[in-house]
Design a protein around this ligand. Structure first.
Ligand SMILES: *Cc1c(COP(=O)(O)O)cnc(C)c1O
Length: 360
């Protein structure tokens, strides 16, 4: 019996996308970003298919500890670093790289004393205005870290791009220039580029790149899909029709009667909804593949179901296969129809969705 809602993961696509990343940044070491359960694809599963990257990056200490406890011995960096002495101890114990982005963290490092070395990435705020040290504070932080004998030297240096997905915005170039200027005198390795930086800005390539979304075959750009960039989507979200009905002119479908039928037609009910992670705000007209062909979503998305117009498919019947995004239907297009970004869609797949791994 096939589950009502399931995600098929094409795990061969992981290596394909990695090869693309290497083509874009042939000189760079790769820190594969697998935070947030590998963007909804499964932390341990994706890590296991990334045997040949130079490091993993996650957002939180517990994600890194989970990797270690599951036996992953690769280098791991925690992008938000540590928030307290306990987390710092975990990083030391499990030999995990810490991003250092604020004065409180440096104070914790100065109070601690370790026989083990800690590898750090000092983060420069070059304009994102989220994490990191700005200008003179960055230089000062660097000097303070240099004084600590148990901090591995040289200190690694990083920054994050705020608007690299807009190829017209000069902000990326100013961020890169500022970062290069501030780190001029430092000897450590550097990292700037996320996926949009790798794909859109040669200037942002440096010793290390940090691809996230493109690893999963998805584009960071609004006007270009992963498929168009030569990437292969890993995730396809599937379901099937559970009812097919007729509707007369003037009748409405679903909650709030939002969609009113203009001529008699057939419509189908698909067993997937926002309880599975399908976006609640997908608009009427959002494409859905029924039997491999596009039909429009109609009415409101509910928790367990959506409805689609089957006027173009007179023979569609319960049990017929449905694809919500993935192979043949770019998740980028669905994100656009729901006024969101594809990141939120793949990250938002819920526990109820069964995962089906596909290899070879
Ligand atoms: C999430 C994240 C990335 C990866 O970003 P993508 O847009 O998914 O490639 C890289 N660097 C940092 C600091 C991040 O937080």
């Amino acid at each position: 019996m096939t589950p009502a809602a399931y995600a098929v993961l094409d795990l061969e696509a992981v290596q394909h996308n990695l090869t693309r990343i290497r083509n874009y940044a042939p000189q760079a070491k790769i820190m594969a970003v697998i935070k947030a359960n590998a963007y909804g694809h499964g932390l341990l599963r994706i890590a296991a298919h990334l045997t040949n990257v130079d490091a993993f990056a996650v957002a939180r200490v517990d994600e890194a500890v989970r990797l270690r406890r599951s036996g992953f011995l690769q280098r791991i960096a925690v992008l938000e670093g540590f928030a307290c002495a306990e987390e710092l101890n975990d990083l030391l114990h499990y030999q995990i790289d810490a991003v250092v982005h604020c004065a409180e963290q440096i104070a914790l490092l100065e109070q601690a004393d370790s026989v083990q070395a800690l590898r750090v990435w000092l983060k420069c705020d070059s304009g994102m205005n989220r994490l990191g040290f700005k200008n003179q504070e960055f230089i000062a932080a660097y000097q303070r870290l240099r004084q600590l004998s148990w901090i591995a030297q040289p200190i690694n240096l990083m920054t994050h791009l705020a608007n690299a997905d807009n190829r017209e915005d000069d902000m990326t170039l100013s961020q890169v220039q500022l970062f290069k200027r501030l780190t001029q005198e430092c000897s450590g390795e550097r990292s700037i580029a996320n996926s949009a930086g790798i794909l859109g800005w040669q200037e942002a390539l440096s010793d290390w790149v940090r691809p996230g979304i493109m690893l999963y075959g998805i584009s960071p750009f609004a006007n270009q899909s992963g498929t168009q960039l030569g990437l292969k989507p890993i995730m396809s979200l599937h379901s099937h029709l559970i009812a097919v009905k007729h509707i007369e002119k003037g009748e409405s479908v679903g909650y709030a009667g939002r969609w009113i039928c203009e001529h008699p037609t057939r419509f189908g009910v698909v067993a997937i909804g926002y309880g599975d992670g399908y976006p609640r705000y997908a608009k009427t007209g959002t494409p859905v593949l029924v039997n491999g062909l596009r039909v429009p979503l109609i009415g409101r998305v509910s928790m367990d179901m959506i409805t689609v117009d089957l006027a173009s498919q007179p023979h569609a019947k319960p049990g017929d296969p449905v694809i919500l995004w993935g192979k043949g239907l770019d998740v980028e297009e669905i994100a656009h129809c729901a006024d969101t970004i594809p990141y939120t869609l793949v990250c938002g797949i819920t526990q109820r969705v069964q995962i089906v791994e596909q290899e070879a």
